[in-house]
Design a protein around this ligand. Sequence first.
Ligand code: ACO
Length: 325
Amino acid sequence: MTAIRSVVLGCGSYLPQQILTNAELAARIDTSDEWIVQRTGIHERRIAAAGELTSHMAVRAAQAALTHARVDAQSIDLVVLATSTPDNTFPASAVAVQADLGITRGAAFDLQAVCSGFVYALATADALLKSGAFTRALVIGSETFSRILDWTDRGTCVLFGDGAGAVVLEAQQQPGTREDRGILTTQLRSDGRHKMKLYVDGGPSSTGTVGHLRMEGREVFRHAVAMITDVVEDAFKATGYTAADVDWFIPHQANKRIIDGSAHKLGIPPGKIVVTVDRHGNTSAASIPLALADAVADRRIKRGDLLLFEAMGGGFTWGAALARW
Ligand code: ACO
């Protein structure tokens, strides 16, 4: 029986020009390149320029994805932008992206699930495409975490960076087997009992301010690998695939130790992991599409490859997706 699948037509990314190295951070706060590299695997991250907004970066990534997909912006009828750092409290930054791209039909909205935002956005767009309500979607992750960091808190400010990534998805009839191209399963989870372990201490209805990111790093770390591997196992159960079938593991890029620990527990060899955390830091909802675009650009990922995405972050939220390229 045939099935509608959300097939990835193309992907793209954008990084701000300014590179902030560990050495530069060590000149400002009590930290060292050695500590940051050993605990996180991060060497450098990008910082958005003054006046460079989340929507600006999202537009650049979306344009790259549209070019890669060889489709026109006018053909897009759905824009889902995953971000926790919108330009304004409202309207959604997604409508700024829609307008900048010259799209005047369909729907555009933001989705907020912190570091899991891209997987949540992928699942949402996939469901809307499969329902028949929309035909071609831009799914974007874009973040300016540099604007919500407390630059005096060495426990958090060394971890994050700015950037954006995007994919173009199209609803296509496929044979309806697990060999289909496109998104094969998405699995989403959250557990709000952990909401104060990683949060921003401000907001429109609480303080009336933007606030700064606060995190119990060790607590996040303690839960990360178990939550990630659980939800990935559910994605395997839903499709009948196993770790051995995965061609490329494209995890959320929070910390090299979390990535390696999850891959090891799942039985995915290091050679199949796409890693960008060393150059990008943790770009929250942007990290997966940034990593994907990297591995597509250097031709590691080939048509027909089975891709595994996963993320875990504030909330806690976590999730996984399996897709055939
Ligand atoms: N430079 C130097 N020393 C530091 C720094 C720093 N930047 N930050 C903390 N330290 C110190 C601490 O003060 C502490 O010193 P003390 O023992 O004298 O008190 C020591 O290093 C150890 O601190 P911990 O917080 O226990 O260090 P840990 O090994 O847990 O590493 C880290 C901290 C990297 C934050 C880790 O807990 C982590 O990666 N957690 C996951 C958090 C994460 O990735 N969050 C992103 C969002 S959620 C997600 O995407 C999964």
